[in-house]
Design a binder for this molecule. Structure first.
Ligand code: ZN
Length: 209
């Protein structure tokens, strides 16, 4: 991975400085892919757009904040002493945000996907793989489902996965039946196998290459 400059931005609420790491190039070598679309890749770190101010906990869209400077990776981080890396919102932050403000479809979809992933993180990382969905999670997944476009392969795959995680296996199967572009084939087959086993929980996709 080649890191890019760290962008220093200013929180509109508290004027605290927030560091935003960037990458020039990355790769998915040894990455872990999950059935809900999340990817964990050391060489391609997540670049979240909606984050929490580390100073005052305000929720902000980081790319919309005023940029006050850039620190090249080689110089290190001594230039802006009070700058801190952002915190990540939790599931409640993502869920409440679309109720607090009117968002366009793209942003609301982003928040709902992140809420979905944040809910699944306890099944992913905390050994609670078969924990049932909470009412909030179900409501969020249904709202996300309604926003998706079945004529788009990526969206349709997400719709199948949502139906599977909701335990609606027959509906998941209907979404999986129509052919997908070849780049989706491994994910389609992983989700299809879980549907066959009537397993509704998020899972790691095993690539056998
Ligand atoms: Zn702040």
């Amino acid at each position: 991975m080649i890191p890019g400059p760290t962008i220093i931005r200013k929180c509109p609420d508290c004027s605290g400085l927030i560091e935003q790491g960037t990458i020039v190039s990355g790769n998915t070598f040894l990455a872990i892919f999950w059935t809900d679309g999340k990817m964990d890749a050391l060489m391609m770190p997540d670049q979240p757009r909606f984050v929490k101010c580390p100073h005052c906990q305000a929720l902000v869209w980081i790319n919309e904040l005023e940029e006050v400077g850039r620190v090249e990776p080689i110089i290190g981080d001594q230039v802006y002493e009070n700058a801190k890396s952002y915190d990540l919102p939790d599931i409640q932050d993502y869920l409440l945000e679309p109720r607090r403000r009117d968002y366009d479809r793209k942003k609301e979809q982003y928040l709902r996907v992140r809420a979905w992933w944040a809910g699944n993180d306890k099944r992913r990382y905390e050994g609670e793989r078969t924990q049932a969905l909470s009412g909030d999670e179900i409501e969020n997944m249904q709202a996300l489902y309604d926003m998706l476009d079945p004529s788009d392969d990526n969206d349709r795959l997400m719709m199948a996965e949502i139906k599977r995680e909701l335990g609606q296996f027959e509906e998941a199967e209907i979404h999986l039946k129509k052919p997908f572009a070849s780049e989706f084939s491994k994910t389609v087959s992983a989700i299809g196998q879980l549907v066959q086993r009537q397993d509704p929980f998020v899972a790691e996709i095993q690539f056998e290459d």
